[in-house]
Design a protein around this ligand. Sequence first.
Ligand code: AQP
Length: 331
Amino acid sequence: MIQDKKIVFSGVQPSGNLTIGNYLGAIKNFSRFSDDYKTFYCVVDLHAITVRQVPAELRRRTYETLALYMACGLDEKKNTLFVQSHVPAHAELGWILDCYTMFGELSRMTQFKDKSAKHSQNINAGLFTYPSLMAADILLYQTDLVPVGIDQKQHLELSRDIAMRFNQIYGDTFTVPEGYISTDTMKIMSLAEPTSKMSKSDPNQNAVVYILDSKDDIIRKFKKAVTDSDSEIRFSEDKPGVSNLITIYGAFTGKSVEEVEREFAGRGYGDFKLAVGEACADGLAPVREEFARLMADKAHLEAVMKSGADEAAYYARKTMSKVRRKIGFVN
Ligand code: AQP
């Protein structure tokens, strides 16, 4: 296998039902790389257990996340689709990179601060070292480009620092990755608290639109979305709720902010919210249909997981043998 294409890696945690934030910020962008890059898209189950998961749900969501990748347009023949824990080299390199990541660096990660506040009963070491495992995921494949939402930018920068640190000590070992952050939809906000990110683990169901929500639920949630006491449909920092809806509407219709503002000039929030709900529900309808078809054939999903893991392990082995040799492990 000769690899001359540049490499793309990204992943999503099966830590909840996936949201339109995961879709617009990450998965929807993944397929644009399928033709010109060698792409690895992973269901990152090792990351998911940094927060307590119900085992049966974790298992089900792992299948569902893979099926959603495929339903969102990722062809298993063009992309390497796999489950992180099926390639043990992720955990192995994760440990090694822990030893090249500083306590101070990890302490500065905002996701760690946010999640340890949210899960104060379970501030485990894995939650703290999450970014070095993420660095391992990326560096294992000599990744050039990582499509992620802006919330992952800090982790990505740390991955770059770890790669450069390792390369400086041992000579060229890892490709230093670049992020690919889609600027128009980089952060989709909660519908209930539009200054916070929309998150799949948010306990408030009305704050989050899931990719697999029914059309009725989607429209209902958008109708309830928090806006403001003003009535102007205008993108602005002081109007986070309305701006978030403009972003979502633009993402599903392909319209620019100016076009959306013009379309709804002089119209009320009620009309606008309904239009956003309909655009979102209609945009997701083909994904939902394809998802149902894929989930009905578990054997096929398992075959995709297996061949994806075999291929990923092949690339991972090459990096690991280089890493082991450089560090001084006996082969
Ligand atoms: N609201 C968002 N807007 C844009 N992009 C987003 N992403 C997540 N939420 C948004 C992007 O989705 C990818 C996968 O995310 P993840 O599963 O690794 O974890 P996360 O960033 O922690 O996402 P969640 O939904 O907030 O999960 P929980 O609630 O489990 O922590 C990433 O590329 C992310 O940027």
